[in-house]
Design a protein around this ligand. Structure first.
Ligand SMILES: [Fe+2]
Ligand SMILES: [Fe+2]
Length: 342
């Protein structure tokens, strides 16, 4: 049942939605949904088994990163519009951004996996197919974190010292997991949907990227595809149990979580611009450094907030779960972050 409308548009002003119908008889629609959901969990298991990969055997294959090529494509790094004009400098910045892109995925997968394990308890004595789907999801996220740690070590060995990861995965997870499950699933669904879009729209079509870097996100994309389906199933399941009075607080939590993501992006963008200015073979003025930090933050907001919010599937799911007033509140809260990346 559609409750809300489209998620916040790029200018933060969603169009008027249809009215929410609160008179739905939940019992009458829950049973067939449950049956349909079980087959969707089963489909995730089937695909998960088919696309399963190993870090060394399938992804790394004794290769190293090629520093003659970019890591992150312009569609994500936004470096095609950068104040950096030389191709060498743009390539270096794409490698720094690409390093942070991988490390931030490792960061968010810490709390995603903890939440998936927590949600699996709801299925312990219930639908065993759903339970298996969540356990596979968790297993894959543990492997992805290991993959991102491995490639950070490989990149660190080939780049000058001084790079900093500004956020601690466990501290971030502690904060995120203190918020409502509805909000954590909303953030997770958003993140996992944009990983799909990033690969399909920007990474896969760019022939100029480092082959190993590209493969990391090819293999990641293959397993994330199932996660987005499970995210939606679990988010809708939790939503169906949430009293309307608590959804308002959950929406507040979702807004808080997106703000926390932005805090991480602000710190990492500053650190990455400073690192670039430290290792680039020329001196940069303070004004140039400030400009680079600002455009790096805009790129990170595009990668981690705006591109996900704009995803049609995320807009549709969120629109189903919130009221028009709640959608309006989300749109107003996110407007400053959406505007900066235009
Ligand atoms: Fe992942
Ligand atoms: Fe995932």
């Amino acid at each position: 049942m559609e409750r809300g409308s489209q998620a916040p548009s790029n200018n933060g002003h969603p169009s008027p939605p249809p009215h929410r119908n609160d008179n739905v008889n939940a019992v009458s629609i829950d049973f067939p949904d449950y049956i349909a959901d079980s087959s969707r969990y089963a489909r995730c298991i089937e695909v998960s088994k088919r696309v399963r990969w190993e870090i060394d055997r399938d992804v790394i294959r004794d290769r190293q990163f090629d520093f003659d090529n970019k890591f992150l494509p312009d569609g994500l790094s936004l470096l095609d519009r950068s104040m950096l004009k030389s191709s060498d400098e743009r390539r270096l910045m794409s490698q720094i951004q690409g390093r942070s892109y991988a490390s931030i995925f490792g960061l968010v997968e810490r709390f995603i996996n903890a939440k998936v394990l927590e949600l699996s308890q709801d299925h312990w004595l219930g639908d065993q197919v759903a339970l298996e789907a969540l356990i596979r999801f968790s297993d894959e996220e543990l492997k992805h974190q290991e993959l991102f740690r491995r490639i950070e070590t490989m990149i660190a060995a080939a780049m000058p010292a001084g790079y900093r990861n500004t956020a601690d995965p466990n501290a971030v997870a502690q904060f995120v997991l203190g918020k409502s499950t509805w909000a954590v699933l909303g953030l997770t669904c958003h993140i996992e949907l944009f990983t799909q879009a990033h690969y399909r729209q920007s990474i896969e079509p760019d022939a100029s990227l480092s082959a190993l870097y590209k493969d990391v996100f090819l293999f990641h994309w293959r397993e994330e595809s199932q996660h987005t389906i499970i995210d939606e199933l679990e988010w809708r399941r939790i939503d169906a149990q949430l009293p309307p009075a608590e959804r308002d607080a959950a929406v507040d939590d979702l807004i808080t979580l997106v703000g926390a993501v932005d805090g991480i992006l602000q710190a990492q963008a500053r650190a990455d611009a400073d690192y670039f200015s430290m290792i680039v073979p020329r001196s940069m003025t303070i004004a140039e450094r400030e400009l680079l930090a600002a455009e790096t933050l805009a790129a990170y907001r595009w990668q981690y907030i705006v591109s996900g919010v704009q995803e049609p599937r995320f807009q549709r799911i969120l629109g189903d779960l919130v009221t028009p007033a709640q959608m309006q509140r989300i749109g107003t809260a996110l407007a400053p972050l959406m505007a900066v990346a235009q």
